[in-house]
Design a protein around this ligand. Structure first.
Ligand code: PMP
Ligand code: GLN
Length: 385
């Protein structure tokens, strides 16, 4: 065959893979792709190997190990005041990306409109398109990335099938407030629109604020699926295990797709996570842990010429550089990697139209010594404040 019609003609290799490869090539400190440079708890690793050695090595249930689903239900119902049922409302997934993809597969038909708020995590748009959905983009811009819900409402049409939201938000670090959910609630009231809420950074909300989950809004929950990732919560991004939560009516449809996509998820890891979740302290201290890193990284940045944009959550920090250079952010990110030895993500990668506000994203899920070293290198960057 000489040529093939691509279903995703605009898609190349994800920016996270590209920048991590460039970081390796140039021996740069990798603050680009979002993952910790420190290991997970050895107790968790011991539990996985315990269950592996004990012979928990065959297919677990399609919807996930029962004890794990029960632990998840207990955790979210305590945190968000929800009444999630572990039998009907939770499915264990092979990472949030797979959960999002199957949810879209279950609910998007060709010609359906799906509203995406950009900047957005890079898997959303291609996942919509692969199922024949039409992405409708609501664009937020630097430095405040505010959503004007009145303007947002104008994008809703009789063809709107799904709205995708993400809080805490990658890459901006913005977090939904109660008023945001309430505004969305009145926009979708009386419609058949579904919501897909990406809450993988649920535990990373700073400055004494609480994560506002869609699970805490019963009117919204009845039309929603919410997705989570143990990769983010337990510093195990390489394990690709997460969960998706939604009411029975929607979860039934989700499971129809999930069972023919992966069927189920790595068995010993599920048993290990079920035990590990018994101890709430394993995730309750996360916000403080990462807030300290955010603040430490900001101290380092204070001596560099960038203008940071406040991060309310996630493990990402945005910074503006437009006063230093007129280069587009993709070029500038490469320059920081090659010339100054710190790899970052250009925020244009999170926009369909590659909007360039001259902002780059740093991941601060790193040890203090690495953040300090990165700070020293970033101080060398030319330009003035
Ligand atoms: N959603 C967002 C907003 C993310 O930043 C990420 C990256 N971890 C994911 C989903 C994917 O999570 P996972 O690795 O569990 O697939
Ligand atoms: N979520 C991570 C980030 O935003 C990367 C995930 C990936 O590499 N696909 O950096």
């Amino acid at each position: 065959m000489k040529a093939i019609t691509s279903k995703l003609p605009q898609v190349g290799t994800t920016i996270f893979t590209v920048m991590s490869a460039l970081a390796r090539e140039h021996g740069a400190i990798n603050l680009s792709q979002g993952f910790p440079n420190f290991d997970c708890d050895s107790q968790l690793k011991d539990l996985v190997s315990y269950y592996m050695k004990k012979g928990y090595n065959q297919y677990p249930p399609m919807i996930g190990v029962e004890k794990l689903r029960k632990q998840i239900a207990k955790k979210v119902n305590t945190a968000y005041g929800s009444t999630v049922d572990p039998m009907t409302d939770i499915t264990v997934v092979a990472g949030a990306t797979q959960g999002l993809f199957c949810a879209m597969g279950a609910f998007i038909s060709p010609g359906d409109e799906v509203i995406i708020i950009e900047p957005a995590y890079d898997s959303y748009r291609p996942s919509v398109e692969v199922f024949g959905g039409i992405p409708i983009i609501y664009e937020c811009s630097a430095p405040d990335y505010r959503i004007n819900w009145e303007d947002f409402g104008k994008l809703i049409s009789p063809k709107t099938r799904l709205i995708l939201v993400n809080t805490p938000h990658n890459p901006t670090g913005k977090c939904f407030k109660r008023e945001d959910w309430k505004a969305l609630e009145s926009l979708v009231a009386g419609t058949e629109i579904l919501l897909l809420s990406d809450e993988v950074y649920e535990h990373l909300v700073f400055d004494e604020e609480q994560h506002q989950s869609i699970l805490g809004f019963p009117e919204l929950y009845q039309r929603s699926l919410a997705v989570y990732s143990f990769g983010k919560t337990f510093h195990t991004t390489g394990w690709k295990v997460g969960y998706i939560i939604g009411p029975e009516l929607l979860m039934k449809e989700f499971r129809k797709v999930h069972q023919f996509n992966v069927f189920t998820v790595h068995s010993p890891t599920q048993y290990a996570l079920a035990d590990y979740l018994e101890e709430a302290s394993h995730y309750e201290g996360l916000a403080n842990f990462f807030q300290e890193k955010r603040d430490y990284f900001l101290e380092q940045l204070a001596h560099a010429p960038f203008t940071p944009i406040p991060s309310e959550g996630t493990y990402f920090q945005l910074a503006q550089y437009g006063h230093l250079s007129q280069e587009n952010d993709a070029e500038y990110a490469k320059k920081l990697t090659r010339k100054y030895g710190v790899a970052v993500i250009p925020v244009s990668a999170f926009y369909s139209n590659k909007r360039d506000d001259k902002v780059v994203r740093f991941c601060f899920a790193k040890t203090k010594d690495l953040l300090k070293q990165a700070g020293e290198r970033l101080r060398e960057v030319g330009g003035s404040r």
